[in-house]
Design a protein around this ligand. Structure first.
Ligand code: SAM
Ligand code: CA
Length: 242
């Protein structure tokens, strides 16, 4: 049983799991995640922990999940929207074959460059094509070009939550039939079930409505199959059907 204090802590913004107790989450990390975490991912995780915005990083268990998923689907051509220091990017780069490709986009290049030396040392930087700037115009350009239709095996979306539905409109065209789009943070720190008067932090409250709208729209979209997993802060996998 979780103590009162543990339950309280568990509701803190930024907690990386929605499990019932901190102890259970620690058990997962210590038993199956940390012992198998590649040295480079550990180094990047520890480096990121020193950064003031470290609340944004992908958790180690989610990194392990993404790495496994990409191998299971034999992903080769992928995209990531929202890189930060690159923990999920490294999890992806390590999973792809040597000639695999990741189109990675972020409005902030500085944070990407913080993690880049670790990615280079791991020998996987050649798989990454980093584009600095907002992702939406890049997606529009790719759709206009015509040659990227149905070309991505996997797309990880982990950026501005108020644009997820705008991304979805475009990504459904860019992901291949049978390919997967993963939308991150779809449980939005558990706030998706918070009562209207719950004391939420400002940014959690602001983005909550967008996440709620996205979740409804994905569930109603006949072009995809979906699976919402309580990994990290919630990730919804969407498999393109047609
Ligand atoms: N996947 C990252 C990881 O594993 O550490 C975490 C990404 S963080 C939650 C969100 C990122 O989205 C930030 O680095 C932010 O700069 C970026 N971002 C915000 N708006 C964006 C936009 N319009 N286009 C591209 N990136 C954006
Ligand atoms: Ca995230």
């Amino acid at each position: 049983m979780a103590t009162k204090q543990e339950a309280g802590r568990h509701q803190e913004v930024g907690h990386k799991s929605l499990l019932q107790s901190d102890a259970l989450y620690q058990y997962i990390l210590e038993t199956s995640v940390y012992p198998r975490e590649p040295e480079s991912m550990k180094e990047l995780r520890e480096l990121t922990a020193q950064h003031p915005w470290n609340i944004m990083t992908t958790s180690a268990d989610e990194g392990q999940f993404l790495n496994m998923l990409l191998k299971l689907i034999n992903a080769k051509n992928t995209m990531e929207i929202g890189v930060y220091t690159g923990y999920s990017l490294l999890a992806t780069a390590l999973a792809l074959p040597d000639d695999g490709k990741i189109l990675a986009m972020d409005i902030n290049k500085e944070n990407y460059e913080l993690g880049l030396p670790v990615i280079q040392k791991a020998g996987v930087a050649h798989k990454i094509d980093f584009k600095e700037g907002p992702a939406l115009p890049v997606l529009d350009q790719m759709i206009e070009d015509g040659k990227y239709h149905g070309s991505f095996d996997f797309i990880f979306v982990d950026a501005d939550k108020d644009n997820y539905l705008n991304y979805h409109k475009r990504l459904i065209d860019l992901v291949k039939v049978g390919g997967i789009i993963g939308y991150d943070n779809t449980l939005w720190n558990g706030s998706v079930v918070a009562p209207p008067d719950a004391p939420l932090r400002k940014y959690v409250r602001y983005y909550r409505d967008f996440v709620l709208e996205l979740n409804k729209a994905l569930a109603a979209d006949p072009r995809i199959e979906i699976c919402m997993l309580p990994v990290g802060d919630g990730i919804t996998l969407c498999r393109r059907l047609s």
